[in-house]
Design a protein around this ligand. Structure first.
Ligand code: NAP
Length: 184
């Protein structure tokens, strides 16, 4: 069956490839110590939250990311369909729970998803392995964490990317890049 939706990753990572510290701490990304960073606006800027988030209709996230987001004061995904990948979560008021990538894929087709925000390290790795990621935006934070939850994992094939945009921001020192993933 031809896939009708596009899988999109939008994620912050340390330079050494971690998306959270072992205890889940994200302050290195959300509230970094102020430093003087070089900025580069770029002729073809990467996507940022304001240009990315409104374009997605559906989210698929791993249970760990769902646990983190559920702890936020405000639910940030109002108006979007949210699917959680988990073998342990029974049901959730805010999200539909699926047990596998295949189940997620079936549900995405059934709900008529078009642009899907794929979030959470292990979930991104599972979707990449299954060839279900079409676009990746990474915001690389100026820090080495040395340990934590990894963004990427092993792959049994190369994944070719085309650079679509990039820029760096002075306030937070994030180097941002948006890539298209070549479909296999
Ligand atoms: N830096 C950022 O921008 C950013 C963005 C998102 C998240 N985060 C952080 O990253 C951490 C979460 O990352 P994570 O690597 O733990 O990944 P995750 O994908 O959020 O959650 C992993 C869990 O999702 C389920 N899962 C994932 N793939 C599955 C598959 N193929 N089949 C069935 N279930 C699957 C499993 O849940 P069960 O154990 O229930 O089976 C697994 O334990 C959190 O601390 C989160 O706050 C950071």
């Amino acid at each position: 069956m031809n896939r009708t939706w596009r899988g999109c990753v939008f994620i912050g990572t340390s330079l050494d490839g971690y998306i959270a510290k072992p205890d889940g701490d994200l302050s290195w990304l959300t509230a970094p110590e102020p430093r003087e960073h070089a900025a580069d606006e770029g002729d073809h800027p990467a996507l940022v939250w304001e240009t990315f988030f409104p374009t997605v209709d559906t989210l698929v996230m791993g249970r760990t990311t769902y646990d983190t987001v559920s702890g936020f004061e405000e639910w940030p995904f109002e108006g979007k369909t949210v699917i959680v990948l988990s073998t342990t979560l029974d049901a959730s008021g805010r999200a539909q729970v699926v047990r596998s990538v295949d189940e997620a894929s079936d549900l995405l087709a059934r709900v008529g998803a078009e642009r899907v925000y794929v979030d959470g390290g292990r979930t991104i790795q599972s979707f990449l392995s299954a060839g279900l990621v079409d676009e990746i935006t990474v915001s690389i934070a100026p820090v080495l964490l040395g340990r934590g939850s990894r963004l990427f994992g092993d792959l049994d094939h190369d994944v070719l990317l085309t650079l679509r945009g990039h820029h760096a921001t002075a306030g937070d020192g994030l180097v941002r890049a948006t890539y298209d993933v070549a479909r296999r």
